[in-house]
Design a protein around this ligand. Structure first.
Ligand code: WTA
Length: 685
C-alpha cells in the first residue's frame, strides 16, 4: 500500500492548491484531511542578460517548450542527438531507449561503448591541457591549488595503475571514504577508467555505516585518508575505517592518502600509502571501454526501511543526464568555473562536482571546508577569488548565512550568473535573500528537485527561459513527465490545481537501474506502488499555472540539512540499547536544518530516565549512523500512539510536537496516550 503524504506542517511555503483531500493509508486505516491554502506566489522573470555574458543555451520559454515537446514526442531523436553531442563514443550506439518501469528493464544506448573517464578527462586534456579542471579550496583558505586537465589526466592514470596493481578489475566495486580533496575526484575517475564501480561513502558516516556498505557492495579495496580537515577541526578518518573493517574480512587493501601527516596506525600487508604507490607507476593507463549499460557507480541512500539501498547508476545514460542538466540548468559555457559547495559523498557531488562539470570541460570547485570557517564570508571569498560562474548549495547553508547577517557579503560577486538550490525545499524568504544579496537581482535562482535515484535534475527552472516562483521547483526538465497521482486510487490527477504524490511516467536516461543485489526491492520501492509510474516518495502539488511544488517526503525519510535519513534506521539504532523498549522517530521543522530528528522512547521496566542515559542514546545514534543523524531532542514517554493493529502513528507525534490539531484520531488504540504526550512535550519545551 502506498505511504501517506505528510500533513501540511507549516504555512512557510506558499502552496497554491485550493482543494481539500482526504488521504487514507490502507495499512493503518489512518485518514486525515489536508487543506491547502491558496497564496499567490510572486513570479520572477529571468534576469536580463548582461552584454558580456554568453548567449544562453535556452533563450526563452518558447524555446524551452519546443525542446520539451520534442523530448517527449520523440525521445529517441532527442536523446540520440544529445548522446552524440555530449559524449565521445568508442563504438557509437544505434539504439537509444528501451525497457519500462513496469518490467524494470530500463536501458539506454545499449549497443554503444565508451569510457566515462575518457569523456571527463582525456578529451579535454587533449584539447585544452592547461585549462583548470579542479579548483581546490582547502579548509585553510591559503592552502588551495588548481589542477589542470593535463595534470588531472596524469594523476588519474597513475591512480588507475595503482588500482590495477591492487587487483581491481572491470566490474569490481571499490569503496571510497575520503574528505573533499582533489584526490577524491582522481580516485573516482581512476576507478571508472578501468571499468570498475565506485561506491562512495560520505566521510561523515560512522564505522558501522561504512562497514554495512563495504559488505553489501562486497568491496575488496577501500580508499581513504589518514585524517580529514573541516572547519578547523581534524577528523580521524582512517581510525573510522579501521573500526569498520574489523568486520569486513574480505577487504584486501586500504589505500591511504596523507592529508595531515599525523601519526596513524597501519595494518601491515593491508594498508598502503597513496604517495608511495603512486610513485611506482607511469602516468598513462589506457581507458577500458565499457558497455553503455555497465554500472558506473553505487551510492547508498536511505529509504523507508532500516537497510540502506545501494542505488546503481549505469554509465552512458547517467553521463548524458549529468552533462545535459549541467549544460542547460546551469547554462555552463566553455571556461566556466562551477562552484558546487556540496560533498562527493552525496549524489549532488557525484553529478554536479564530478561528472557534470568535467564532462563539459568546465572547472569544478572542490571545497574541503564549511561556510562558517574561518568566518561567514568564506563562500563569497571563494566566488571572488576564482570568479565562480555558478553557485550551487543546499538551503541549509543559505539559511545559516542569512542568519549570520548581510555584512559578511562584501565581495565582488559579479562573475556569478546562476544560483542553484538543492536537496530540500527553499522557503521564500531564504530564496529572496539568495536572489537579492548573493545574486544582486542579476542571477537566476534555480531550485532543482531531484534524487539519488533520478541521477540528475528532474524538476527545475532553466535560468534564462523559465520564470521562477520562490519555493517552487517549477517545470520538468527535458524528457521528464511528472504525474501527480492520487495516493489512494493510484489514478493520475490531470490538469492544474491538483495535489497528490509525485510520480514520473516513462524513463529518462539517468534514472537508477537497480538496487545493488536487490532488484525486487527496486521494483517494490519505486515501480510497484503506482503501476506504470516511478514513485518518488515525495508529495507535490501542481498550481493553477502548472508549476510544481514539492511538499516533502510521504514516507519515513527525513531531510536534515539536506542529508537524507531514514527514521527506521535511527529507530533501529535506538532500540539497540538494552533499556529501550520502543522508539519512534519523526522529522520536525527546524529553523536552521530544515528538519530535525526528534525521538520518542519507551523504556523497559527497571530502567531510569536521566540526562546521562539520554546522552548515551544520542551517542549511540552518532556511533551507529553518523553525527548528522543525532536526534536534536529525545523524549522518554510511557507509551506511543498506535493504531488498533499496533502500528505507531508518527503523524500524531509530529502534530503534537507542532501543537497542531490532530485531525481524525478514531483509529487510535488508546486515546489517553495523547494527554500524556502533550504533558511530556510541554515539559520539554
Ligand atoms: C528532497 C538530493 C524540495 C526530496 C538531490 C527528495 C527536495 C530528496 C529538493 C532526495 C528540492 C531534493 N525541493 N525537496 N529542490 N531536492 N529534495 O536522494 O524530498 O539526497 O526526495 O538527493 O530530497 O534526496 P537525495
Amino acid at each position: 500500500p502506498p505511504p501517506q503524504p505528510a500533513p501540511v506542517e507549516s504555512t512557510q511555503y506558499p502552496y497554491l492548491i485550493r482543494r481539500t483531500y482526504t488521504y487514507t493509508t490502507m495499512s493503518a486505516g489512518d485518514s486525515q484531511p489536508v487543506v491547502i491554502e491558496s497564496i499567490n506566489a510572486q513570479t520572477y522573470h529571468p534576469p536580463k542578460r548582461e552584454p558580456h555574458h554568453p548567449e544562453p543555451h535556452v533563450r526563452d520559454i518558447a524555446q524551452y517548450q519546443e525542446l520539451y515537446k520534442e523530448s517527449i514526442e520523440d525521445p529517441d531523436a532527442f536523446w540520440g542527438k544529445l548522446g552524440r553531442e555530449l559524449l565521445d563514443w568508442h563504438t557509437p550506439f544505434t539504439r537509444v531507449t528501451q525497457g519500462s518501469f513496469e518490467h524494470g528493464d530500463i536501458a539506454w544506448y545499449t549497443d554503444g561503448y565508451l569510457n566515462a573517464c575518457y569523456n571527463c578527462v582525456d578529451r579535454h586534456a587533449l584539447k585544452t591541457p592547461d585549462a583548470p579542471a579542479i579548483i581546490f579550496e582547502a579548509d585553510e583558505p591559503s592552502e588551495g591549488r588548481i589542477v589542470s586537465y593535463s595534470e588531472l589526466l596524469r594523476e588519474v592514470c597513475k591512480c588507475a595503475n595503482v588500482l590495477k596493481s591492487l587487483g581491481v578489475k572491470k566490474g569490481d566495486t571499490v569503496a571510497v571514504y575520503l574528505p573533499m580533496i582533489p584526490e577524491t575526484l582522481v580516485t573516482l575517475l581512476a576507478i571508472v577508467r578501468i571499468g570498475a564501480i565506485h561506491s562512495v561513502v560520505f566521510a561523515g558516516f560512522s564505522a558501522e555505516s561504512l562497514r554495512d556498505r563495504v559488505l553489501d557492495a562486497d568491496s575488496r579495496v577501500v580508499i581513504t585518508s589518514d585524517e580529514g580537515k573541516r572547519g578547523g577541526k581534524t577528523i580521524g578518518t582512517k581510525r573510522i575505517v579501521d573500526d569498520a573493517l574489523k568486520e569486513c574480512p574480505d577487504v584486501e587493501h586500504v589505500l591511504i592518502f596523507k592529508r595531515t601527516g599525523n601519526e596513524i596506525p597501519l595494518v601491515p600487508g593491508r594498508d598502503k600509502w597513496w604517495h608511495e604507490e603512486m610513485a611506482k607507476f607511469p602516468s598513462w593507463c589506457p581507458p577500458v571501454m565499457v558497455n553503455a549499460e555497465d554500472p558506473l557507480f553505487l551510492l547508498y541512500t536511505s529509504g523507508s526501511t532500516g537497510k540502506p539501498k545501494g542505488v546503481m547508476h549505469s554509465t552512458a545514460g547517467y553521463l548524458v543526464g549529468a552533462a545535459a542538466t549541467t549544460k542547460y540548468v546551469f547554462d555552463v559555457h566553455p571556461g566556466d568555473r562551477m562552484g558546487t559547495a556540496g560533498d562527493v559523498g552525496w549524489i549532488t557531488g557525484h553529478t554536479y562536482i564530478v561528472y557534470g562539470p568535467l564532462l563539459l570541460g568546465a572547472a569544478t570547485l572542490v571545497f574541503e571546508g564549511t561556510p562558517a570557517y574561518p568566518n561567514f564570508s568564506r563562500y563569497w571569498e571563494i566566488v571572488e577569488r576564482h570568479k565562480i560562474t555558478q553557485w550551487y548549495v543546499a538551503p541549509t547553508a543559505i539559511r545559516l548565512l542569512k542568519r549570520a547577517g548581510d555584512h559578511h557579503i562584501k565581495h565582488d560577486l559579479s562573475s556569478l550568473r546562476v544560483l542553484g538550490s538543492v536537496g530540500e525545499p527553499i522557503a521564500p524568504d531564504v530564496w529572496h535573500w539568495y536572489y537579492e544579496k548573493v545574486g544582486r537581482g542579476k542571477c537566476a535562482v534555480v531550485d532543482t528537485y531531484w534524487q539519488t535515484e533520478t541521477g540528475s535534475h528532474v524538476l527545475t527552472p532553466l535560468p534564462h527561459a523559465i520564470p521562477t516562483k520562490p519555493g517552487s521547483a517549477c517545470l520538468p526538465f527535458f524528457g521528464i513527465q511528472p504525474a501527480i497521482v492520487d495516493p489512494v486510487t493510484g489514478e493520475e490527477l490531470v490538469g492544474n490545481d491538483v495535489e497528490g504524490v509525485l510520480c514520473f511516467r516513462k524513463p529518462w536516461p539517468s534514472i537508477a537501474r537497480t538496487v545493488w543485489g536487490a532488484h525486487e526491492r527496486y521494483l517494490d520501492t519505486y515501480m510497484r506502488p503506482y503501476k506504470g509510474f516511478y514513485f518518488t516518495g515525495d508529495g507535490a502539488g501542481r498550481d493553477h499555472e502548472g508549476y510544481l511544488w514539492i511538499r516533502g517526503r510521504v514516507d519515513d525519510v527525513v531531510n536534515v540539512s539536506g542529508h537524507r535519513l531514514s527514521t527506521a534506521e535511527i529507530e533501529a539504532a535506538l532500540i539497540h540499547n538494552k533499556a529501550v523498549a520502543e522508539a519512534a522517530v519523526v522529522g520536525v521543522p527546524d529553523e536552521l536544518t530544515g528538519q530535525a530528528v526528534m525521538a520518542f522512547i519507551c523504556l523497559k521496566s527497571g530502567y531510569e530516565n536521566n540526562e546521562a542515559f539520554r546522552r548515551e542514546l544520542i551517542l549511540q545514534v552518532r556511533k551507529s549512523i553518523g553525527p548528522f543523524a543525532a536526534p536534536k531532542a529525545l523524549l522518554v514517554v510511557n507509551d506511543l500512539p498506535k493504531t488498533r493493529s499496533g502500528k505507531i502513528m508518527r503523524r500524531v507525534l509530529r502534530k503534537l510536537h507542532a501543537g497542531e490539531p490532530l485531525g481524525d484520531t478514531s483509529t487510535l488504540q488508546d486515546e489517553s496516550v495523547i494527554e500524556h504526550l502533550i504533558e511530556v512535550i510541554q515539559q520539554a519545551n
